[in-house]
Design a protein around this ligand. Structure first.
Ligand SMILES: [Zn+2]
Length: 257
């Protein structure tokens, strides 16, 4: 395998000669004399491992390619949400709620936030598609698997940054509603950074949850208006759409034609 040969060819770390640790450089008699410290090379490895673990935990799998760089911020209607999402990714705090129709780009933005936070910080980031999350919790919930269930719920509840994608489309059984409420309420009480996307109208959301989403001190709510179907339109079509919208707004003369 290529990986094996390149691994073998990798030069040893010049600091520790591959040992992974160094003896502290202090004079005899110093309280730390003779102590071993982890070499930078191993520390970087550990960080890389931690990053990998966080990525696996994040559940970002199919969304790991969605970044701000490959999001078309020029699509009509998304500019405010895009700018706000970038700000959130730089300094995750408070709640960001993105409302918008199917295919408007809100999931892409939410995933871009999660990917950036994960890349730049060693934080636990969790990307959860709400209906899937509830299915998962339901399937592990039972007399024989209570521990596993609690662990998962605990992980989601306590993540440094949590993305709840596709909120409001879940099967609203009383059990699901209660679980979601517990989750939202915990994040609300501790003011934990949370991103929520939904294609529901705000007023269609469970009242107890809606009242928390309405807290303007914590939540920033943005509705992506009339963005067209972000996912399905090709760049050429997007350009044409933008041109038409521009024409409608400003008339033909301003385009210089
Ligand atoms: Zn080293």
């Amino acid at each position: 395998m290529i990986a094996t040969s390149s691994q073998a060819a990798e030069p040893l770390c010049p600091r520790c000669k591959g040992a992974g640790y160094l003896v502290r450089d202090v004079p005899y008699g110093h309280p730390e004399f003779g102590e071993l410290v982890t070499c930078q090379c191993r520390a970087a490895e550990k960080q890389q491992l931690r990053r990998q673990q966080l990525l696996t935990m994040s559940n970002l799998g199919p969304f790991s390619g969605k970044t701000f760089e490959n999001f078309d911020a020029g699509v009509p209607g998304v500019a405010r949400a895009y700018a706000r999402a970038r700000k959130f990714a730089e300094h995750p705090s408070g709640w960001l709620i993105l409302f918008g129709g199917f295919g408007c780009g809100k999931t892409h933005l939410a995933a871009a936030i999660a990917n950036q936070v994960l890349r730049e910080n060693l934080m636990t980031v969790l990307f959860a598609v709400v209906p899937d999350l509830l299915d998962h919790l339901r399937s592990t919930f039972g007399p024989n698997s209570e521990v596993e269930y609690d662990e998962r719920f605990e992980q989601v509840r306590g993540a440094h940054v949590l993305v709840l994608d596709d909120f409001g489309t879940e099967n609203a059984t009383p059990w699901a509603r209660e679980k979601l409420f517990q989750l939202i309420n915990h994040r609300y009480n501790y003011k934990l950074p949370t991103v929520i996307t939904s294609n529901r109208k705000p007023e269609d959301i469970d009242q107890r949850i809606f009242s928390r989403l309405s807290d303007r001190e914590l939540c920033d709510e943005i509705t992506i208006i009339d963005a067209g179907d972000y996912r399905r339109i090709a760049p050429a079509q997007r350009f044409e759409q933008k041109k038409q919208q521009h024409l409608q707004r400003f008339g033909r003369r301003e385009l210089g034609t």
